[in-house]
Design a protein around this ligand. Structure first.
Ligand SMILES: [Ca+2]
Ligand SMILES: [Ca+2]
Length: 339
């Protein structure tokens, strides 16, 4: 089908409405189940607080995750010298670029997209916690969903700390060397593949994040799955983001930022976007968006190197920009103004 054959996009309005309804987001339906493997009881004094604060941290991300599933977070204690460490337990093959580069996504991302995990015997996320760090530096919020009690000035907010860790497990991770920009092999995470390195600075160049930040998003030199740098490197303002390139500050409560969600979207974590057809990010779905969509439709394959980074016109998330995306676009065009 040549989409330009439709002289009036409104001809397809009813069909578009049908597809849009089928693609309606299931918001707030991603939950978390937590298991703790702690035979020595090192974490036992804090078990219920860990659970409540981690659940609240998960809810901060789940507010925009598009899916219906329960992610499994498995917790173990780590040596006292450490702090927190969180990673995706499994990585799922996503696609191959240029017949050479294999792209992998986090287990959580796969689980959210499919509604079931890649392996039902393995957790999606592993979180290691140092008992000493918990005892001496973290503050477990007694009302972690309300988040109204003042955070003690000398303590790091537990909900914020767990939310940051979950960020790594959802998408802020990969294999790039944060100083040389090289990779140990042919594998890339969905985050890695959107990192640009000019020999001096790292930037995240996904289209949603770039639109949110209004330019390539500076990544931390040496810590490339974090945002911002100390001056004179770029992006000092981003250091205060939940996923910023400096440690979380005591006495401070952090939230997931719009930029964090935009990065997840670019990294192909299923995120509910209120107005996905606004490809130019100006609040309207108009002819400029139609132009951007047409270009993507002509390329069709999300792995085409000419395709916009993150393949934002693939509304159905099946790695092709085709007729099923077109009918969704038509509905957006019909609505014109973003909600
Ligand atoms: Ca637009
Ligand atoms: Ca599609």
């Amino acid at each position: 089908m040549d989409i330009r054959a439709f002289r009036s996009l409104r001809q397809l309005g009813a069909l578009g409405a049908l597809y849009a309804a089928m693609a309606a987001p299931c918001l707030g339906q991603v939950g978390f189940t937590i298991t703790i493997d702690d035979p020595e009881g090192a974490l036992s004094p804090w078990e219920s607080q860990i659970e409540s604060n981690l659940q609240a941290a998960g809810a901060l991300w789940a507010a925009k995750l598009h899916g219906a599933c329960t992610l499994w977070v498995h917790i173990t204690p780590m040596a006292d010298a450490g702090t927190l460490d969180c990673r995706s337990f499994t990585w799922s093959y996503f696609e191959t670029l240029d017949n050479a580069i294999d792209v992998f996504e986090t287990g959580a991302s796969t689980h959210i997209r499919n509604g079931f995990p890649a392996s039902s015997f393995d957790p999606d996320i592993e979180l290691r916690i140092s008992p000493l760090y918990l005892a001496s530096e973290l503050w477990m919020d007694p009302n972690p969903t309300e988040r109204t009690e003042p955070v003690p000035a000398n303590r790091i907010d537990g909900v914020s700390a767990f939310a940051r860790e979950l960020g790594y497990a959802l998408a802020f991770d990969g294999w790039i060397n944060g100083e040389t920009g090289s990779f140990p092999g042919n594998s890339r995470s969905t985050f890695d593949r959107l990192i640009a390195f000019d020999g001096q600075e790292f930037a995240f160049v996904g289209s949603s994040a770039t639109a949110s930040y209004q330019g390539p998003v500076p990544l931390t030199f040496g810590l490339p799955f974090h945002l911002g740098n100390q001056s004179p490197r770029p992006g000092p303002v981003l250091l205060d983001d939940l996923m910023g390139g400096k440690p979380l500050q005591p006495g401070t409560r952090y939230n997931v930022s719009e930029l964090d969600f935009a990065i997840l979207r670019d990294a192909r974590v299923p995120i509910a976007v209120p107005c996905p057809c606004d490809l130019t990010h100006d609040g309207f779905v108009d002819d400029a968006d139609f132009g951007a969509f047409s270009l993507a439709y002509d390329f069709c394959d999300c792995t085409d190197p000419e395709m916009a980074a993150g393949c934002p016109a693939d509304f159905t998330r099946d790695r092709m920009v085709d007729d099923s995306d077109y009918v969704i676009f038509v509905q957006g065009y019909e609505d014109f103004i973003c909600p």
